[in-house]
Design a protein around this ligand. Sequence first.
Ligand code: SF4
Ligand code: SF4
Length: 71
Amino acid sequence: MIKEFSSSSGDIVIKIDYEKCTGAAKCVEVCPVDIFELQEGKAVANHVDDCIECCACVESCPNNAIEHSSC
Ligand code: SF4
Ligand code: SF4
């Protein structure tokens, strides 16, 4: 299952593939504005409006589970 998280304007979309996400939490560690948290062992993206489009999350994920509209 792929879950989508969007900014309120819809400009930024983060997709997380839960078939691939293993709860490694690298995204949680690297995001400079703390967008990610783990819920029941899977990453979720909160307050996407704060995203600075740095792409660190995409680059950090060991399983390529994160797709970002700006990266
Ligand atoms: S780094 Fe990738 S595998 Fe780890 S929690 Fe984040 S999305 Fe899931
Ligand atoms: S692109 Fe950067 S700021 Fe946006 S969610 Fe990923 S790590 Fe966080």
